[in-house]
Write a protein that binds this ligand. Structure first.
Ligand SMILES: Nc1nc2c(c(=O)[nH]1)N[C@H]1C(S)=C(S)[C@@H](COP(=O)(O)O)O[C@H]1N2
Ligand SMILES: [Mo]
Length: 254
């Protein structure tokens, strides 16, 4: 499974990166020197291969004895809205994850459905820009097969993760990733941390794990995944709550 997913993401990624690069190159084409360097076939091939390999490399995974005794919470610790509280009181039986936007088959997935799908477990380190890290064992559904089930359209380029909480300024928390990260084998929708159902403080009932990125990309309290072609029209247009509010990097790779 993971080999197939890696191949698929390589292919998807190549399409996106090559298109982006060629657009950039068109503007530089007048400059012969730049042109010669950029369009040397070997250089181009090596450049795309290397950057794609880097992006598909796995984040380090740790041993069970390295798991932090306590995985702290950051940002929203409880969405505390009436609708979230009602979902929680019902054991999230009425919660649904919507997958829509640029897809052939919009989905509405229950927690029990997600928990019965083939799962992945990984022990990784979470790094927050505020200066703390924690190692935790995550269990969840890889995002790739979910997107395959929904049938991503050819013009989908990003996945936007809509959350149940509003953070400071009463703005909805959201995040986004591109297709390379979406099909990365460690990218998952996690429902358990350290062999227990996700606590409210860590994002119950479902949160994103996108292990090659800093903490703020790991959206908690997921409600909806929207496939889009551009991030420009989503809230502040920069692809995430902290990107909009504080100029954090959209690409928070580590
Ligand atoms: N919905 C939502 N997701 C969020 C946040 C948030 O405030 N709301 N905070 C982010 C930040 S800055 C970090 S470091 C991690 C913290 O995850 P944790 O609470 O499980 O430690 O969640 C991220 N995802
Ligand atoms: Mo963070």
């Amino acid at each position: 499974m993971s080999i197939i997913m890696t191949r698929r993401s390589l292919v998807t990624g190549l399409g996106v990166s090559a298109a982006g690069l060629l657009t950039g190159c068109d503007q530089l084409a007048e400059h012969d020197v730049v042109r010669a360097a950029l369009f040397s076939a070997e250089n181009f091939h090596e450049w795309t291969q290397r950057s794609l390999m880097d992006r598909n490399a796995l984040a380090r995974e740790y041993r069970p004895d390295q798991v932090s005794p306590f995985f702290r919470s950051n940002g929203t610790r409880n969405p505390n809205t009436e609708s979230y509280k009602a979902l929680w009181r019902g054991g999230f039986a009425d919660w649904r994850l919507k997958v829509d936007g640029l897809v052939a088959r919009p989905l509405s997935l229950s927690l029990s459905h997600l928990m019965s799908a083939p799962a992945r477990e990984q022990i990784t380190r979470h790094d927050c820009v505020e200066g703390w890290s924690a190692i935790g064992k995550w269990r969840g559904v890889p995002l790739g097969p979910v997107l395959k089930q929904a049938g991503l359209s050819g013009n989908a380029r990003y996945l936007v993760f809509h959350c149940a909480d509003k953070y400071r300024g009463n703005l909805p928390y959201y995040e986004s990733i591109d297709l390379v990260d979406a099909f990365h084998p460690q990218t998952m929708l996690a429902y358990a941390l350290n062999d227990a159902p996700l606590k409210i403080s860590n994002g119950a009932p479902l949160r994103l794990r996108v292990e090659r990125h800093l903490g703020y990309k790991h959206a908690k309290y997921l409600m909806r995944i929207e496939a889009v072609n551009s991030l420009a029209d989503i809230y502040g247009g920069k692809g995430g709550y902290w990107e909009d509010k504080a100029g954090y990097e959209w690409y928070a790779g580590i």
